[in-house]
Design a protein around this ligand. Structure first.
Ligand code: FMN
Length: 360
């Protein structure tokens, strides 16, 4: 019977366990989105994870939707990320970068002068964006031209090449949680009439073009994708999510991906959405699956034992427990995460969570 602490191979990478550190935005990369020594220390501390997936990282200046989030489009950022990846590797860890574009979930104050948030269609997100110290309603985004969509695919590939130079072990396309790829995929946010809109096969074209391009750069087993088939964050909505995501996941079977990363819903969902995504997509997807969303050690061990998923990602528990795999292995108590310091506080609530005594 496979356990959480059994190793698993992904291409040339041997993960010593199946506990993945989920992508976690922590907003500590400053105005210019350049990683720093504190971030290197934070990731180094968590190198015991079978795999670290970095926080969402902006692929271009246009992609940004939160203050203090890092980027991966210029040489300064590459140089700074190299310090992070070196720190993780020196401590024996492995790290993928999560490639991020927030699309309509942004604000002009977060973008370079003259830029406005963009999206497949001019439909505003629900809720508020944190920019220049205040919260503002999401503005109505500008609908992208077909050429702009094609250029954005190229932005993802540029970021993917930069990530290779920065020493990452792979890339994850963030296509979950209401951000740009999901805005293309769902018909509630995509009313386009060009090749990127209309039937689901057109709506997932954007995602498939990016994945294919990233695979050309990175090769097989080095590109993953994160999806939230039952996610309705910021008013993202699809009239038939089971069909839409089913069609996409069947196409993913044709690509030599490292994994499919599925997020379970943590909030209430509409009637036609799946309450549990993993059992449904396990039947469709033939590759490795990482499951995420609300797992504790017991539940995680269960899905691994039952072969429902190959790996389990932990988010909040990895924030508060740098040595989470070891704590779970020896059934030690877990530190509680402090929500107040998720997105602010420099080292507080970031690099100062205690290790087990033996690991100090
Ligand atoms: C502080 C914080 C930041 C997050 N940032 C990201 C992110 O950058 N990218 C992403 O895909 N998910 C992000 N998430 C979602 C987590 O990856 C994860 O799916 C979620 O926390 C549920 O898992 P958990 O119950 O183990 O915490 C974030 C969650 C939290 C709490």
């Amino acid at each position: 019977m496979t356990g959480l602490h059994d190793s698993i191979r992904i291409g040339s990478l041997l993960l010593p366990n199946r506990l993945v550190m989920a992508p976690l935005t922590r907003c500590r990369a400053g105005e210019e989105g350049i990683p720093n020594a504190l971030m290197a220390e934070y990731y180094r501390q968590r190198s015991g994870a079978g795999l670290i997936i970095s926080e969402g990282t902006n692929i271009s200046p246009q992609a940004k939707g939160y203050p203090g989030t890092p980027g991966i489009w210029n040489p300064e950022q590459v140089k700074a990320w190299k310090i992070v990846t070196d720190a993780v590797h020196s401590a024996g860890g492995r790290i993928f970068i999560q490639l991020w574009h927030t699309g309509r979930l942004s604000h002009p104050d977060l973008l370079p002068p003259g830029m406005h948030p963009v999206a497949p269609s001019a439909i505003a997100g629900e809720g508020a964006v944190r920019a220049t110290g205040n919260r503002h309603p999401f503005p109505v985004p500008r609908a992208m031209s077909t050429e702009e969509v094609e250029a954005t695919v190229q932005d993802y590939l540029h970021a993917g090449s930069m990530a290779l130079q920065a020493g990452f072990d792979g890339v994850e396309l963030h296509a979950a949680n209401g951000y740009l790829p999901e805005q293309f995929l769902n018909d509630g946010t995509n009313q386009r009439t060009d090749k990127y809109g209309g039937p689901a096969t057109n709506r997932y074209r954007f995602i498939l073009e990016i994945l294919q391009g990233l695979l050309n750069i990175w090769g097989e087993d080095s590109v993953g994708i994160r999806l939230s088939p039952s996610g309705v964050r910021f008013g993202t909505f699809d009239s038939d999510p089971v069909q839409t995501y089913g069609g996409l996941v069947r196409k993913l079977n044709e690509l030599p991906l490292a994994y499919l990363h599925l997020v379970e819903p943590l909030t209430e969902i509409p009637e036609n959405y799946l309450a549990q995504v993993l059992p449904h997509f396990r039947k469709i997807y033939q590759g490795r699956i990482i499951t995420a969303g609300g797992y504790d050690a017991t539940l995680a061990a269960e899905v691994i034992h039952q072969g429902e998923a190959e790996m389990v990602a932990f988010g909040r528990l990895f924030i508060s427990n740098p040595d989470l795999p070891e704590r779970i292995r020896i059934r030690e108590y877990l530190n509680e995460p402090d929500q107040r310091t998720f997105y602010t506080g420099e080292e507080k609530g970031y690099t100062d969570y205690p290790f087990l005594q033996s690991n100090c």
